[in-house]
Design a protein around this ligand. Sequence first.
Ligand code: INI
Length: 159
Amino acid sequence: MAAQVIEGLFNEKSGRYGIVVSRWNSFITEKLKEGAIDALRKHGYGEDSVTVAYCPGSYELPLTAQTMAETGKFDAIIAIGTVIRGATAHFDYVCSAANSGILQANLKTGIPVIFGVLTTDTIEQAVERAGTKAGNKGEEAALSAIEMVSVLKQVKAMK
Ligand code: INI
């Protein structure tokens, strides 16, 4: 049986993207931000369609992302942070808050809020995912944002 298939397109070049960047572990989050901006630029989104907002830590990502989404000015938000496991339970609380808060921001606003948060045991693992041997997770997050904008647009336009 043939089915109607909806897939994200990467060549639409329309839409505005917000990037929220946590300043904690900024030597990593800046690399992730650059990866995200680079991926957006390669897909036709320049300075006029990308806005960056900084927040203190990953715990603050959900509220900042949700506030950006609620303005109605963005088609997707990319939330970028890095949480590196320390010796305390703080890691689990920050990861859990970022994870559930970002999910809620998606569902509450209907705007895709992409989870671009590294949660690693070591600094080395974070470096590997910020543009070295395991790629750049900021770039992957930007591609997810473009894909979600396209998929949701097509779903909403269905007759
Ligand atoms: N925030 C991070 O983004 N990464 C971390 O590794 C981190 N650690 O380890 O504590 C972190 N903590 C700060 C937190 O996100 C809040 O900014 C702070 O608790 C104030 O609410």
